[in-house]
Design a protein around this ligand. Structure first.
Ligand code: AGP
Length: 369
């Protein structure tokens, strides 16, 4: 298929804007009309192993690994199953203990990442069940797993992964809810409520995309910084990691993501009036704690750019800039909160004259070690 940028200057921007559609494509045909059930054809064959699995091990690299960390929260909270998230490159060279009743999930946009492929080949020897979450149909990882769920995000050209990430999280959310329901640990009413929340995500992302020009103005303020910190808690901590990765890979600004409470164990020493801190403060379980983390940054004269829930006046009083995301259930908050960070990184990189779609030293898929 011939893929072009359409009206967009770069593939990355096009792919950011495609997210309402790509997420819809991910759940299309997989959710019952009355929103009471999820169907994942790809896991039917391994449903017994899924239900009786004692543990889930997720292997992935880069952005896909960040999606895995979001998956960890979801599987533990809604499926009540222990999860370990592993860098495929580390896992493959350790002597990991894998049991037959483990479920190993490999997440990969390309399905060709050498370390992730090697990790599942290692698992193959143990008899554990392997499931792939891939975007590219017929890719090596998709072929070498016992079962799989395609993300259906559509082809992703930009080296910086955007829509593949949100589609991976969408699949993980569906899997976690399905598992919770099948294992009878998630009440039917909550199952239904969460499915409804997921279905609402694309239109909520459309709302966020409408704020692009305001986000671009914030990008202009910070385009010349040399360092940036990202902080989040709970299910939004992996989004802090992903925000930092997006910024460093396309704008070459040094950025780090931290669980907000870890700041005082070291990184807070970096904060002065020149340090921007992107704070994920959407209204969730850890909201109050995030508010105090933001105050700690402000007390050290750091600049706070907060991603907060629409209408949050408290955060507005504290932060230097606020980007609002629509009110949502905590379970789907990563899908919304990551979008402003993608847009910010994109515009900062463009303003710095960087090659956004093909950043230096990076390949879309790392097929060699
Ligand atoms: C993301 O923006 C990266 N370019 C990179 O970290 C990527 O996610 C990683 O290489 C894994 O790729 P995969 O999903 O195709 O396995």
């Amino acid at each position: 298929d011939h893929i072009d940028k359409g009206d967009y200057e770069h593939f990355m921007l096009k792919e950011i804007h495609e997210q309402p559609m790509s997420i819809r494509d991910t759940f299309r045909g997989r959710v019952a009309m009355d929103e009471s059930k999820i169907f994942l054809g790809g896991v039917l064959d391994i449903m017994p192993q899924l239900i009786k699995a004692k543990r889930i091990i997720i292997v992935a690299c880069g952005t896909s690994w960040h999606a895995g960390l979001v998956g960890e929260y979801l599987f533990e909270k809604y499926g009540r199953i222990p999860v370990e998230v592993e860098y495929a490159s580390e896992f493959r060279y350790r002597d990991p203990i894998i049991q037959e009743d483990d479920l190993v999930i490999a997440i990969s946009q390309s399905g060709e990442t050498a370390d992730t492929l090697a990790a599942i080949r290692k698992v193959r020897e143990t008899g554990a069940t392997i499931l792939g979450i891939c975007n590219v149909a017929g890719s090596s990882i998709a072929r070498e797993t016992d079962a799989g769920v395609y993300t259906h995000a559509g082809i992703e050209i930009g080296v910086a992964s955007t829509k593949a990430f949100t589609s991976q999280i969408t699949v993980l959310t569906m899997m976690a809810l399905l598992l919770g329901s099948k294992r009878q640990v998630l009440p039917a009413s909550e199952y239904k409520e969460l499915i409804h929340e997921l279905i609402q995500v694309p239109s909520k992302i459309e709302e966020i995309l409408k704020q692009e020009s305001e986000i671009e103005k914030i990008a202009a303020v910070y385009k010349d910084v040399t360092n940036a910190l990202y902080m989040g808690r709970g299910i939004l901590f992996p989004v802090a990691l992903e925000g930092a990765l997006k910024l460093k890979e396309i704008s070459y600004i040094h950025a780090e993501g931290y669980p907000a409470a870890e700041m005082k164990h070291g990184p807070i020493a970096l904060i002065d009036e020149n340090m921007p801190v992107f704070a994920l403060a959407a209204n969730d379980q850890s909201y109050e704690k995030m508010v105090s983390n933001i105050q700690e940054v402000k007390a050290r004269k750091g600049k706070v750019i907060a991603i907060a829930t629409k209408g949050d006046k408290g955060i507005r009083k504290m932060a230097d800039h606020v980007i609002e995301i629509p009110e949502c259930h905590e379970a789907v908050s990563p899908l919304l909160a990551v979008v402003p960070l993608q847009i910010l990184s994109y515009h900062i990189a463009v303003m710095r004259g960087c090659n956004v779609d093909q950043p230096r030293n990076l390949a879309k898929s790392v097929t060699v070690e």
